[in-house]
Design a binder for this molecule. Sequence first.
Ligand code: PBG
Length: 335
Amino acid sequence: MEQFVLAGFPAQRLRRLRGHAALRDLVREHTLTIHDLVYPIFVYHGRNLEREIGSMPGQYQYSLDRLTVAIDRVVEAGIRAVLLFGIPECKDPEGRVALDDQGIVQEAVRAIRRRAPGLLVITDLCFCEYTDHGHCGPLRDEGGRRDVDNDATLALLGQQAVSHARAGADVIAPSGMMDGMVGAIRRALDAAGYASLPILSYAAKYASAFYGPFREAAESAPAFGDRRGYQMDPANSDEALREVALDLAEGADLVMVKPAMAYLDVARRIKERFGVPLAAYNVSGEYAMVKAAAERGWIDERRVVLELLTGMKRAGVDLILTYHALDAAAWLRAG
Ligand code: PBG
Protein backbone atom coordinates (compact mmCIF):
# COMPACT_ATOMS: atom_id res chain seq x y z
CA MET A 1 0.00 0.00 0.00
CA GLU A 2 2.70 2.39 1.05
CA GLN A 3 4.48 1.98 -2.28
CA PHE A 4 1.35 3.01 -4.18
CA VAL A 5 0.98 6.08 -2.02
CA LEU A 6 4.61 6.92 -2.62
CA ALA A 7 4.09 6.40 -6.36
CA GLY A 8 1.51 9.19 -6.26
CA PHE A 9 -1.72 7.19 -6.07
CA PRO A 10 -4.33 8.88 -3.91
CA ALA A 11 -5.78 6.90 -1.05
CA GLN A 12 -7.72 4.39 -3.17
CA ARG A 13 -11.31 3.32 -3.05
CA LEU A 14 -11.03 0.00 -4.86
CA ARG A 15 -14.72 -0.72 -4.65
CA ARG A 16 -15.50 2.00 -7.25
CA LEU A 17 -14.58 -0.42 -9.99
CA ARG A 18 -16.78 -3.19 -8.64
CA GLY A 19 -20.18 -1.55 -8.64
CA HIS A 20 -21.28 -2.00 -12.25
CA ALA A 21 -21.26 -5.35 -14.07
CA ALA A 22 -20.06 -3.82 -17.34
CA LEU A 23 -17.27 -1.98 -15.57
CA ARG A 24 -16.19 -5.20 -13.88
CA ASP A 25 -16.05 -6.78 -17.32
CA LEU A 26 -13.98 -3.90 -18.66
CA VAL A 27 -11.33 -4.12 -15.98
CA ARG A 28 -11.15 -7.91 -15.80
CA GLU A 29 -7.55 -9.09 -16.02
CA HIS A 30 -7.98 -12.72 -17.06
CA THR A 31 -10.62 -14.46 -19.12
CA LEU A 32 -11.28 -18.14 -19.50
CA THR A 33 -12.40 -19.16 -22.98
CA ILE A 34 -13.41 -22.40 -24.67
CA HIS A 35 -10.15 -22.26 -26.60
CA ASP A 36 -8.18 -22.75 -23.40
CA LEU A 37 -9.67 -26.18 -22.80
CA VAL A 38 -8.48 -29.67 -23.69
CA TYR A 39 -10.76 -32.64 -23.04
CA PRO A 40 -9.25 -35.99 -21.94
CA ILE A 41 -10.84 -39.14 -23.38
CA PHE A 42 -10.40 -42.79 -22.34
CA VAL A 43 -10.53 -45.33 -25.14
CA TYR A 44 -11.17 -48.85 -23.88
CA HIS A 45 -10.76 -52.19 -25.64
CA GLY A 46 -13.81 -54.14 -26.73
CA ARG A 47 -16.98 -53.15 -28.51
CA ASN A 48 -20.18 -51.29 -27.85
CA LEU A 49 -18.92 -49.84 -24.60
CA GLU A 50 -19.72 -46.49 -23.04
CA ARG A 51 -19.13 -47.12 -19.35
CA GLU A 52 -19.31 -44.41 -16.74
CA ILE A 53 -16.29 -44.31 -14.43
CA GLY A 54 -17.48 -44.76 -10.85
CA SER A 55 -15.24 -42.16 -9.23
CA MET A 56 -15.59 -39.71 -12.14
CA PRO A 57 -19.32 -39.10 -12.66
CA GLY A 58 -20.03 -37.89 -16.19
CA GLN A 59 -16.80 -39.37 -17.60
CA TYR A 60 -16.76 -42.58 -19.63
CA GLN A 61 -14.61 -45.30 -21.08
CA TYR A 62 -15.47 -45.59 -24.77
CA SER A 63 -14.74 -48.49 -27.07
CA LEU A 64 -13.41 -47.54 -30.49
CA ASP A 65 -16.78 -48.05 -32.18
CA ARG A 66 -18.42 -45.65 -29.70
CA LEU A 67 -15.72 -43.01 -29.80
CA THR A 68 -17.69 -41.00 -32.32
CA VAL A 69 -20.27 -40.31 -29.59
CA ALA A 70 -17.61 -38.61 -27.50
CA ILE A 71 -16.10 -36.79 -30.44
CA ASP A 72 -19.43 -35.42 -31.57
CA ARG A 73 -20.02 -34.08 -28.06
CA VAL A 74 -16.63 -32.40 -28.09
CA VAL A 75 -17.16 -30.77 -31.46
CA GLU A 76 -20.66 -29.66 -30.53
CA ALA A 77 -19.33 -28.06 -27.36
CA GLY A 78 -16.85 -26.05 -29.41
CA ILE A 79 -13.83 -27.75 -27.83
CA ARG A 80 -10.94 -27.93 -30.28
CA ALA A 81 -8.47 -30.28 -28.63
CA VAL A 82 -8.58 -33.70 -26.97
CA LEU A 83 -6.06 -35.77 -25.01
CA LEU A 84 -6.22 -39.50 -25.65
CA PHE A 85 -5.57 -42.40 -23.27
CA GLY A 86 -5.79 -46.02 -24.40
CA ILE A 87 -6.58 -49.07 -22.28
CA PRO A 88 -5.62 -52.23 -24.17
CA GLU A 89 -6.92 -55.73 -23.61
CA CYS A 90 -3.54 -57.40 -23.22
CA LYS A 91 -0.72 -56.17 -21.04
CA ASP A 92 2.83 -57.46 -20.65
CA PRO A 93 5.92 -56.54 -18.61
CA GLU A 94 7.22 -54.12 -21.25
CA GLY A 95 3.94 -52.72 -22.54
CA ARG A 96 4.81 -53.84 -26.08
CA VAL A 97 1.24 -53.51 -27.27
CA ALA A 98 1.66 -49.73 -26.96
CA LEU A 99 4.01 -49.85 -29.96
CA ASP A 100 1.55 -51.54 -32.29
CA ASP A 101 0.53 -49.36 -35.25
CA GLN A 102 -2.90 -50.97 -34.96
CA GLY A 103 -2.98 -50.39 -31.19
CA ILE A 104 -5.88 -48.83 -29.37
CA VAL A 105 -4.64 -45.24 -29.30
CA GLN A 106 -3.35 -45.40 -32.85
CA GLU A 107 -6.76 -46.61 -34.09
CA ALA A 108 -8.51 -43.99 -31.98
CA VAL A 109 -6.42 -41.23 -33.57
CA ARG A 110 -7.42 -42.47 -37.02
CA ALA A 111 -11.09 -42.65 -36.03
CA ILE A 112 -11.01 -39.08 -34.74
CA ARG A 113 -9.24 -37.88 -37.87
CA ARG A 114 -12.04 -39.34 -39.96
CA ARG A 115 -14.85 -37.99 -37.79
CA ALA A 116 -13.47 -34.54 -36.95
CA PRO A 117 -10.50 -33.66 -39.16
CA GLY A 118 -10.08 -30.24 -37.57
CA LEU A 119 -9.81 -31.45 -33.98
CA LEU A 120 -6.34 -31.27 -32.39
CA VAL A 121 -5.41 -34.74 -31.16
CA ILE A 122 -2.90 -34.93 -28.32
CA THR A 123 -1.79 -38.42 -27.32
CA ASP A 124 -0.61 -39.27 -23.83
CA LEU A 125 2.65 -41.15 -24.17
CA CYS A 126 3.29 -43.58 -21.33
CA PHE A 127 3.40 -47.27 -20.53
CA CYS A 128 1.46 -47.54 -17.28
CA GLU A 129 -1.76 -48.46 -19.10
CA TYR A 130 0.11 -51.12 -21.09
CA THR A 131 2.37 -52.88 -18.57
CA ASP A 132 1.00 -55.75 -16.49
CA HIS A 133 2.64 -54.28 -13.36
CA GLY A 134 1.21 -50.79 -13.98
CA HIS A 135 4.51 -48.90 -13.80
CA CYS A 136 5.46 -46.39 -16.47
CA GLY A 137 8.08 -48.55 -18.21
CA PRO A 138 9.85 -51.91 -18.00
CA LEU A 139 11.37 -52.80 -14.65
CA ARG A 140 14.85 -53.70 -13.62
CA ASP A 141 16.49 -54.80 -10.46
CA GLU A 142 18.98 -52.32 -9.12
CA GLY A 143 20.67 -53.41 -5.93
CA GLY A 144 17.64 -55.39 -4.83
CA ARG A 145 15.24 -52.54 -5.61
CA ARG A 146 12.78 -53.06 -8.44
CA ASP A 147 12.36 -49.83 -10.34
CA VAL A 148 11.50 -48.54 -13.80
CA ASP A 149 14.47 -48.89 -16.13
CA ASN A 150 14.94 -45.30 -17.28
CA ASP A 151 17.02 -45.82 -20.40
CA ALA A 152 15.19 -48.91 -21.63
CA THR A 153 11.98 -46.88 -21.32
CA LEU A 154 13.47 -44.06 -23.42
CA ALA A 155 14.01 -46.33 -26.42
CA LEU A 156 10.45 -47.63 -26.15
CA LEU A 157 9.02 -44.10 -25.78
CA GLY A 158 10.73 -43.12 -29.02
CA GLN A 159 9.07 -46.02 -30.84
CA GLN A 160 5.70 -45.30 -29.26
CA ALA A 161 5.92 -41.64 -30.28
CA VAL A 162 6.69 -42.50 -33.89
CA SER A 163 3.78 -44.92 -33.97
CA HIS A 164 1.44 -42.19 -32.67
CA ALA A 165 2.84 -39.81 -35.27
CA ARG A 166 2.23 -42.32 -38.06
CA ALA A 167 -1.38 -42.64 -36.89
CA GLY A 168 -1.79 -38.87 -37.23
CA ALA A 169 -1.37 -37.45 -33.72
CA ASP A 170 -0.97 -33.65 -33.70
CA VAL A 171 0.89 -33.33 -30.39
CA ILE A 172 2.80 -35.95 -28.36
CA ALA A 173 2.49 -35.67 -24.58
CA PRO A 174 4.95 -37.84 -22.62
CA SER A 175 3.79 -38.30 -19.03
CA GLY A 176 6.19 -40.88 -17.61
CA MET A 177 8.71 -38.56 -15.92
CA MET A 178 11.73 -40.46 -17.21
CA ASP A 179 14.98 -38.49 -17.33
CA GLY A 180 15.82 -37.61 -20.91
CA MET A 181 12.39 -38.58 -22.27
CA VAL A 182 11.82 -35.39 -24.25
CA GLY A 183 15.22 -35.59 -25.96
CA ALA A 184 14.76 -39.25 -26.83
CA ILE A 185 11.30 -38.64 -28.26
CA ARG A 186 12.44 -35.56 -30.20
CA ARG A 187 15.31 -37.50 -31.77
CA ALA A 188 13.07 -40.43 -32.68
CA LEU A 189 10.45 -38.15 -34.23
CA ASP A 190 13.01 -36.13 -36.18
CA ALA A 191 14.68 -39.27 -37.51
CA ALA A 192 11.33 -40.63 -38.67
CA GLY A 193 10.46 -37.44 -40.54
CA TYR A 194 8.25 -35.78 -37.93
CA ALA A 195 10.39 -32.76 -37.10
CA SER A 196 7.31 -30.50 -37.08
CA LEU A 197 5.38 -32.50 -34.49
CA PRO A 198 5.22 -30.60 -31.17
CA ILE A 199 5.91 -32.18 -27.77
CA LEU A 200 3.86 -31.24 -24.72
CA SER A 201 5.93 -32.50 -21.82
CA TYR A 202 4.42 -33.40 -18.47
CA ALA A 203 7.47 -31.62 -17.08
CA ALA A 204 6.48 -31.02 -13.47
CA LYS A 205 4.37 -34.03 -12.66
CA TYR A 206 4.00 -34.75 -8.97
CA ALA A 207 3.58 -38.08 -7.18
CA SER A 208 0.05 -37.10 -6.24
CA ALA A 209 -2.84 -38.74 -4.43
CA PHE A 210 -5.13 -36.87 -6.83
CA TYR A 211 -4.60 -39.47 -9.59
CA GLY A 212 -6.67 -42.12 -7.81
CA PRO A 213 -9.81 -41.98 -9.98
CA PHE A 214 -7.72 -41.90 -13.17
CA ARG A 215 -6.05 -45.13 -12.22
CA GLU A 216 -9.48 -46.71 -11.94
CA ALA A 217 -10.42 -45.29 -15.34
CA ALA A 218 -7.17 -46.31 -17.03
CA GLU A 219 -6.56 -49.48 -15.02
CA SER A 220 -3.06 -48.24 -14.42
CA ALA A 221 -2.54 -48.48 -10.66
CA PRO A 222 0.94 -49.85 -9.90
CA ALA A 223 0.74 -53.50 -8.83
CA PHE A 224 3.41 -52.86 -6.18
CA GLY A 225 5.04 -49.79 -4.70
CA ASP A 226 4.24 -46.32 -5.99
CA ARG A 227 5.54 -43.75 -8.49
CA ARG A 228 7.64 -41.72 -6.07
CA GLY A 229 10.80 -43.04 -7.73
CA TYR A 230 10.03 -41.05 -10.87
CA GLN A 231 7.29 -38.51 -10.16
CA MET A 232 8.10 -35.39 -8.15
CA ASP A 233 7.83 -34.83 -4.41
CA PRO A 234 4.83 -32.51 -3.79
CA ALA A 235 6.99 -30.48 -1.42
CA ASN A 236 9.35 -29.23 -4.15
CA SER A 237 9.16 -26.32 -6.54
CA ASP A 238 12.80 -25.38 -7.31
CA GLU A 239 13.02 -28.89 -8.69
CA ALA A 240 10.07 -28.18 -10.99
CA LEU A 241 12.08 -25.35 -12.54
CA ARG A 242 14.96 -27.77 -13.13
CA GLU A 243 12.60 -30.27 -14.74
CA VAL A 244 11.20 -27.60 -17.04
CA ALA A 245 14.65 -26.25 -17.93
CA LEU A 246 15.83 -29.73 -18.88
CA ASP A 247 12.74 -30.51 -20.92
CA LEU A 248 13.01 -27.22 -22.80
CA ALA A 249 16.68 -27.87 -23.49
CA GLU A 250 15.73 -31.29 -24.85
CA GLY A 251 13.15 -29.78 -27.20
CA ALA A 252 9.81 -29.55 -25.40
CA ASP A 253 7.47 -27.07 -27.12
CA LEU A 254 4.94 -26.82 -24.32
CA VAL A 255 5.31 -27.83 -20.68
CA MET A 256 2.81 -28.95 -18.11
CA VAL A 257 2.34 -28.80 -14.39
CA LYS A 258 0.23 -31.54 -12.87
CA PRO A 259 -1.97 -31.63 -10.81
CA ALA A 260 -3.31 -28.09 -11.05
CA MET A 261 -5.12 -26.90 -7.94
CA ALA A 262 -2.47 -27.48 -5.29
CA TYR A 263 0.36 -26.45 -7.64
CA LEU A 264 -0.59 -23.02 -8.98
CA ASP A 265 2.45 -21.50 -7.31
CA VAL A 266 4.58 -23.84 -9.41
CA ALA A 267 2.69 -22.78 -12.55
CA ARG A 268 3.32 -19.13 -11.73
CA ARG A 269 7.04 -19.71 -11.16
CA ILE A 270 7.40 -21.63 -14.42
CA LYS A 271 5.58 -18.95 -16.38
CA GLU A 272 7.62 -16.14 -14.87
CA ARG A 273 10.93 -17.89 -15.28
CA PHE A 274 10.55 -19.33 -18.77
CA GLY A 275 7.62 -17.57 -20.46
CA VAL A 276 6.80 -20.65 -22.52
CA PRO A 277 3.39 -22.12 -23.36
CA LEU A 278 2.20 -23.67 -20.14
CA ALA A 279 -0.44 -26.33 -19.54
CA ALA A 280 -2.05 -27.42 -16.30
CA TYR A 281 -3.71 -30.78 -15.82
CA ASN A 282 -6.80 -30.47 -13.66
CA VAL A 283 -6.65 -34.14 -12.70
CA SER A 284 -9.16 -36.84 -11.88
CA GLY A 285 -9.13 -36.44 -8.09
CA GLU A 286 -9.69 -32.71 -8.40
CA TYR A 287 -12.64 -33.41 -10.67
CA ALA A 288 -14.00 -36.08 -8.31
CA MET A 289 -13.94 -33.73 -5.30
CA VAL A 290 -15.91 -31.07 -7.11
CA LYS A 291 -18.44 -33.57 -8.46
CA ALA A 292 -18.93 -35.19 -5.06
CA ALA A 293 -19.53 -31.91 -3.29
CA ALA A 294 -21.82 -30.69 -6.08
CA GLU A 295 -23.85 -33.91 -5.99
CA ARG A 296 -24.52 -33.32 -2.32
CA GLY A 297 -25.60 -29.79 -3.00
CA TRP A 298 -22.73 -28.41 -0.95
CA ILE A 299 -21.29 -26.21 -3.67
CA ASP A 300 -22.51 -24.52 -6.83
CA GLU A 301 -20.77 -26.66 -9.44
CA ARG A 302 -20.89 -24.15 -12.27
CA ARG A 303 -19.44 -21.30 -10.25
CA VAL A 304 -16.83 -23.47 -8.54
CA VAL A 305 -15.58 -24.98 -11.78
CA LEU A 306 -15.33 -21.65 -13.58
CA GLU A 307 -13.61 -20.12 -10.56
CA LEU A 308 -11.06 -22.94 -10.44
CA LEU A 309 -10.30 -22.79 -14.16
CA THR A 310 -10.05 -18.99 -14.07
CA GLY A 311 -7.65 -19.31 -11.14
CA MET A 312 -5.43 -21.44 -13.33
CA LYS A 313 -5.42 -18.80 -16.04
CA ARG A 314 -4.61 -16.13 -13.46
CA ALA A 315 -1.65 -18.23 -12.29
CA GLY A 316 -0.22 -18.03 -15.81
CA VAL A 317 -1.54 -21.21 -17.38
CA ASP A 318 -2.33 -21.07 -21.10
CA LEU A 319 -4.11 -24.36 -21.68
CA ILE A 320 -6.06 -26.48 -19.25
CA LEU A 321 -6.62 -30.21 -19.54
CA THR A 322 -9.82 -30.85 -17.68
CA TYR A 323 -12.66 -33.35 -17.39
CA HIS A 324 -14.92 -30.34 -16.82
CA ALA A 325 -14.23 -29.15 -20.38
CA LEU A 326 -17.60 -30.05 -21.89
CA ASP A 327 -19.57 -28.53 -19.02
CA ALA A 328 -17.34 -25.48 -18.84
CA ALA A 329 -17.71 -24.91 -22.57
CA ALA A 330 -21.49 -25.02 -22.28
CA TRP A 331 -21.44 -22.59 -19.34
CA LEU A 332 -19.08 -20.22 -21.11
CA ARG A 333 -21.30 -20.22 -24.17
CA ALA A 334 -24.40 -19.54 -22.09
CA GLY A 335 -22.51 -16.51 -20.69
C1 PBG B 1 -0.02 -41.74 -16.89
C2 PBG B 1 -0.91 -40.65 -16.44
C3 PBG B 1 -1.55 -40.48 -15.20
C4 PBG B 1 -2.38 -39.37 -15.34
C5 PBG B 1 -2.19 -38.88 -16.61
N1 PBG B 1 -1.26 -39.67 -17.27
C6 PBG B 1 -1.59 -41.32 -13.99
C7 PBG B 1 -0.41 -41.55 -13.17
O1 PBG B 1 0.65 -40.96 -13.32
O2 PBG B 1 -0.57 -42.42 -12.34
C8 PBG B 1 -3.32 -38.84 -14.30
C9 PBG B 1 -4.45 -38.03 -14.81
C10 PBG B 1 -5.55 -37.80 -13.85
O3 PBG B 1 -5.48 -38.15 -12.66
O4 PBG B 1 -6.55 -37.24 -14.30
N2 PBG B 1 1.29 -41.68 -16.52
